[in-house]
Design a protein around this ligand. Structure first.
Ligand SMILES: Nc1ncnc2c1ncn2[C@@H]1O[C@H](COP(=O)(O)OP(=O)(O)O)[C@@H](O)[C@H]1O
Ligand SMILES: [Mg+2]
Length: 286
């Protein structure tokens, strides 16, 4: 693995990976078959540390399948899958379980346990994977809830929370083991536009605050253009287009146009907002 010197002018689609260390996620020629059905047919992607990568594609494109392989819940048929320096294909089942603790996952529809209150939901990974005492666990949960603007909700049940709060509880749970990589499967699907926007903000804040590398699965180009450092468009089992939001818009390929049109979004405005946010992030205020 070569550590390349930083280049001041990352240019065009070839900038993928330039100027930084080894990528946090490296997928090469990934193939996944279920029986005779080829779902992923040679997927390549690289995601750098602390980036938000959005994988976008239509229903049935293989997005969830890809995510399950990235998090070690499923295995590739062939190809290379390296996450946080770990070659997942080489791991035995037990080692895979170990490695999985370093990855967090926010499932579609939050997947909170309805019979448990917020404290118990968020504490779940700590009780499963650590030997911490109850008091320490409660303290860590309280800290995380506070960071996510959920202080005082420990005793509430999922049914007593709004959709946006449930997402934040799910995120708190995914963050409990301080993962290096966080995967989100369609985190905004089923949410109203305002709550979706809040979840998008939360994904970016999580990147900025905890420095985690994020992979967000989505079918929504509007959200992708706003939150992504890098976008991968998945179609027919392959990456049909990839790059920064601006590169993707500039590339003007048919598949990207189709996604942009079907989202009915104002690309120019979203790209402008994205550029402004990126600038603000790189120039900390004094
Ligand atoms: N465990 C499985 N067994 C057989 N086929 C599967 C399995 N999981 C997913 N598939 C198939 O793979 C394709 C992609 O599914 P999925 O990854 O869930 O798509 P997406 O998340 O993009 O909507 C679908 O045709 C689905 O039927
Ligand atoms: Mg899916």
């Amino acid at each position: 693995m070569s550590e390349r010197p930083s280049s001041p002018s990352a240019n065009g689609a070839s900038s993928n990976g330039d100027g930084r260390g080894a990528p946090q996620i490296r997928v090469e020629k990934l193939v996944k078959r279920f029986g005779d059905t080829v779902v992923l047919d040679g997927v390549d992607l690289r995601v750098e540390k602390s980036e938000v990568a959005v994988v976008i594609g239509g229903s049935g494109a293989g997005k969830t399948t890809l995510l399950r392989i990235l998090i070690g819940l499923d295995r590739a048929t062939s190809g290379k899958v390296e996450v946080a320096g770990v070659d997942l294909a080489k791991l035995k089942e037990r080692e895979l379980n170990q490695a999985r603790r370093r990855f967090g996952m926010v499932f579609q529809y939050s997947a909170l346990l309805d019979s448990m209150n917020v404290l118990d939901n968020v504490a779940f990974p700590l009780r499963e994977h650590t030997r911490l005492g109850q008091r320490e666990i409660a303290e860590r949960v309280r800290d995380k809830l506070q960071v996510l603007g959920l202080e005082g909700t420990e005793r509430r049940f999922p049914s007593q929370l709004s959709g946006g709060m449930r997402k934040r509880v799910a995120l708190a749970r995914a963050l409990m083991l301080d993962p290096e990589v966080l995967m989100y499967d369609e985190p905004t699907s089923g949410l109203d536009p305002i709550t979706s926007r809040m979840v998008d903000d939360l994904i970016m804040e999580t990147r900025d605050r905890f420095g985690v590398t994020s992979v967000v699965i989505s079918h929504d180009m509007a959200g992708a253009l706003q939150i992504a450092d890098r976008i991968f468009v998945l179609a027919k089992g392959q990456v049909a287009a990839s790059g920064s939001p601006q590169e993707l818009a500039d590339g003007n390929t048919e598949i990207v146009r189709t996604f942009i049109q079907s989202s009915g979004i104002e690309t120019e405005r979203l790209l402008r907002e994205h550029a402004e946010r990126t600038r603000a992030r790189k120039q900390p205020t004094t």
